[in-house]
Design a binder for this molecule. Sequence first.
Ligand SMILES: Cc1cc2nc3c(=O)[nH]c(=O)nc-3n(C[C@H](O)[C@H](O)[C@H](O)COP(=O)(O)OP(=O)(O)OC[C@H]3O[C@@H](n4cnc5c(N)ncnc54)[C@H](O)[C@@H]3O)c2cc1C
Length: 387
Amino acid sequence: MEILEAIRTVVAGIAAQHAADVDEAARFPHETFAALKAARALSAAVPRDLGGQGCGMRELAAQCSALAQVCSASGMILAMHHIQVACMARHGLESAFFRDYLQRLAQDQLLIASVTSEVGTFGDTRSSICAVERKGARFELNKDATTISYGASADALLVTCRRAADSAASDQVLVLLQKGDYTLEQTTNWNTLGMRGTCSPGFNVRSSGPVEQILPGSYADSSAQTMVPYSHILWASLWQGIAGGAVARAASQVRSEARKKPGTVPPSAANLAKVMAQLQAVRHNWQAVAEEFDALQVSENAMQELLGLGWALKLNNLKMSVSDSVVQIVHQALQITGILGYKNDSPVSVGRHYRDVLSASLMVSNERIAAKSAAMLMVFKADQAAV
Ligand SMILES: Cc1cc2nc3c(=O)[nH]c(=O)nc-3n(C[C@H](O)[C@H](O)[C@H](O)COP(=O)(O)OP(=O)(O)OC[C@H]3O[C@@H](n4cnc5c(N)ncnc54)[C@H](O)[C@@H]3O)c2cc1C
């Protein structure tokens, strides 16, 4: 709760001040991240005994939502960082290297980026072309990545790849690359409609390092048990935060109209009431799944249950539903604000919010997710109430 409080009271003010420039210049929000580091927010998902704050899903999601309300890119970067830390914290603790690394991450507030996408796998994160090649105590790993958000500003990368040169495309592992292990050659630009401050061009990654940096276990498990739940819940929370930021601007305009004619309710207030109801439904959606996830963690079977179709479907439903709803909500906010919201330089402009939420359905394509859910529904026989 201390981190959430710091984000609400201090970091959000700094992020809000720089959000327009971060968007316009498509630059890393370094002021916001300096403030997040000062609040020790980058170790929120590190267990307490390793020097972190051991925050659960509900709390991490609330942090991302609060930050995204004022700066979408900052919210997304914080979410992606938490997701990478969670993968190491939930699957690496049996390794002395990863325990030590998480302690260092907490101490030095290191920022971790994600490298799942690859040229040639077409957005399918569960298959890789590149492979980690062990050579004695060291490995070599080279990946042609289509998109690495804040890759140039990160202290380390967590990379998916095949387990070995002769492994199947889906037999993947996660490998941590620390600064000094890798070089990045930028291959594409990031001149996008929205989410510009995530700075996510393609890179050729060339690396070598000690084999202890290969995360124990398989990515098949860490994907279902951690990467997917953390991604879909934290992304949903930050997308709701962006939509909430647009609605807050619409609300401020409606109130200022009301002040001009005391004792009257402006006609746009009814539309504000309707969009507030939509926003609440989206917030309750991610909150409910986050709370269910946190409640599950006390169960001995938690990791096993997360491998089941029920959770996979639930998370896919959350992702598809929130990513579609937030676009409608920002669109409604624009209808309420009218031309003032359409202007890029007005205090109630919602242009940035609109452009940013359009990334939600693409960031792991909803079509791809729907196709996976469709296949699961052919065999999923449990009570509908489970999802
Ligand atoms: C803001 C942002 C930040 C990102 N940051 C990172 C990052 O840090 N690291 C990283 O690795 N990746 C990152 N990504 C990439 C992301 O994770 C996805 O890999 C990427 O968005 C998918 O790209 P795609 O649309 O080419 O993929 P695809 O999923 O291949 O989709 C291409 C097209 O095919 C369609 N399609 C796909 N499957 C089906 C199907 N079964 N049925 C019907 N149509 C289908 C889609 O609708 C789409 O039109 C980021 C993406 C965004 C938007």
